[in-house]
Design a protein around this ligand. Structure first.
Ligand code: ADP
Ligand code: MG
Length: 331
């Protein structure tokens, strides 16, 4: 890079609205960008929740995608992991590998990152940079009350299974972004909705915080509903039964593709970043008030039983075989 790493940090990353204010500010960040480490304070009775996602160009997003959208997605998918634990965002670190220091790209990327950092009150507190093929690693830090984190291990027979929002739009959005779904078949609004679903997932942070202490387990949908439910089933040592006809498949997706393909998207496409969680039946009315208060719909899609694995049943109780078990980078 012709400009120095430090110039880039000062111009695009250590900036107001994106980076945490410097030392001495209120809140958890005691020291942000500029020293060898950032310092995070954790209030008594809380734990630090840490998660990282690596996004590689042309694996997780097209390298030609708008830098602002790449940035927003990169932070949002990380925040979705904090949400899945019921944690409150505190700050994030950024590992950025770029083939060159293109000022237009960096400006747009930094703008996108600032929008997401402000929206979710999660400032940038440090990072690292290197020249190489484009990749973005973000590590988020959050806090959660001790014993209140929603782990994958807590699902119990008799629990009900819920999912927030709608399923399938991000999966179809990816088809659109990758050219498998033709733009000309869609209205401008439909294109916008699908692209946003893929690039701008909404981490369910507020909802998840209200849910922690209520749900017995939770995970976010990043690899596909069945694959992610599989993680809960395995970690908890239970069987999860999903009723296909109860799934909140996006009406827009159902309008654009066949019923079977829409169902397949809802079950197996990743990227929706909705929350799936299990809950004792006694807690359903408390869940309904959280849903009302946060304005986020959630749908009961199945139940937990003794056994192992995940099965999906149609209306008549027959098992539906699906093609994909979620995205796996090394298969
Ligand atoms: P070191 O050599 O000790 O790793 P660096 O020179 O890489 O430190 O970084 C100097 C400071 O700038 C550190 O506080 C680091 O966290 C921060 N930093 C480096 N790269 C980034 C980045 N891409 N975004 C935000 N902060 C960064
Ligand atoms: Mg460094």
């Amino acid at each position: 890079m012709s400009v120095s790493e430090f110039d880039i940090i000062d111009s695009y990353f250590n900036i107001s609205g994106l980076a945490s204010e410097q030392s001495g500010q209120a809140g958890n960040i005691a020291l942000g960008i500029g020293d060898d480490c950032a310092l995070i304070s954790v209030a008594e009775g809380h734990q630090l929740a840490v998660s990282m996602d690596v996004l590689v160009a042309d694996v997780h997003f097209p390298s030609t995608a708008k830098p602002e959208l790449i940035a927003r997605k990169a932070l949002a998918v990380n925040l979705s992991d904090l949400a899945a634990m019921g944690a409150v965002p505190v700050g994030f670190t950024l590992g950025l590998t770029l083939p060159n220091a293109n000022p237009q790209w960096l400006t747009a990327f930094s703008d996108g990152l600032r929008i997401a950092a402000q929206k979710y009150s999660c400032p940038l507190i440090g990072g690292d940079m290197s020249k190489g093929p484009m990749a973005i690693s973000i590590q988020v830090h959050g806090t959660v009350k001790i014993d209140k984190a929603m782990c994958r291990t807590g699902a119990r027979p008799g629990n009900l299974v819920f999912v927030t929002g709608l399923l399938g739009e991000a999966g179809l959005g990816l088809d659109l972004v990758q050219g498998r779904l033709a733009h000309r078949t869609l209205s401008v609004r439909e294109t916008q909705v699908l692209e946003s679903a893929y690039y701008l997932p909404e981490p369910r942070i507020e909802f998840a915080q209200a849910l922690s202490g209520l749900a017995s387990s939770a995970i976010d949908v990043s690899d596909g509903l069945l694959a992610d439910l599989g993680h809960i089933a395995r970690s908890s040592g239970v069987l999860i039964k999903v009723s296909a006809d109860k799934l909140p498949v996006s009406p827009l997706v159902q309008k654009i593709i066949s019923h079977e393909s829409a169902l397949e998207k809802a079950l197996s496409a990743g990227d929706d970043y909705e929350l799936i969680f299990t809950l004792a039946a006694d807690n359903v009315s408390a869940l309904e008030s959280i849903s009302e208060k946060t304005g986020l719909n959630c749908t009961c899609i199945g139940e937990v039983q003794e056994g192992s694995g995940v099965i999906c049943l149609d209306k008549t109780g027959n098992q539906i075989e699906t093609e994909s078990a979620g995205y796996n980078h090394f298969l």
